[in-house]
Design a protein around this ligand. Sequence first.
Ligand SMILES: [Zn+2]
Length: 264
Amino acid sequence: MIPTEIVLLRGIISWGGFVLFLVFELIRPYRQPSVSKKKRLITNVSLTVMNSFVLTMVFAAATVNAALYVSANHLGLLNMISLPLWPKTFVAVLFMDFMLYVLHLLNHEVPLFWRFHRVHHSDLNMDVSTASRFHIGELAISAVIKIGLIYFIGADLLSVFIFESLLVLTAQFQHSSLAVPSLFEEVFWVLFVPPSMHRIHHSVKIAERNTNYGTIFSVWDRMLGTLLRDVDQEKIVIGVGPYREQERLQLHRLLAMPFTRSIK
Ligand SMILES: [Zn+2]
């Protein structure tokens, strides 16, 4: 496939997942919105469309070409060893998800990174649109790091495509305000990140927020001691302490947020 088709297919998966989870959460919502869902959707979708445009224009071709270049020239760790295609793909996806865990932890612990990441956490409710509510600064840093990781691990285009597709769909699922059967959550939590696990991560309480950093796999939190389970889900208040008014969280304020006062 040529890069244009890959970029197009990725767009179809992102927007297809968005519509799918939006319909599901409207049919079976986990909780009723505490602020206007319509206004949040307008803000979050506007931000997503702007970000998609910049990312597609600036980083999409560079990412695809990095993966093609790495394969053609046998660069990176995975190309130094002989592994069949699927184990190789699995290791590449696992590695990139672990690095995303590390980056997410840094987004919370490094004050400069938190300035950008707090845009995502400032959403007052969680739903599928929260999954793509990011400041372009954070996404640009992630995109540059991802290209570096493709070279380091030697990820081919298939691995990058599977990783990105899983990433977007799991992020949409775990942010969605979808009432998921508790048995499903229990089983899913063993390896992956269900909505209840990620809801704790979006709590206004800093001790709860600085846990559960995983995106695709929950094993990194389990292994590295950042997993938190025993929280009363009904009592979780979503957001960042000082940002409590929806009227002060419009699109232009989100874009300016990293450059305003420092907030824990
Ligand atoms: Zn976070």
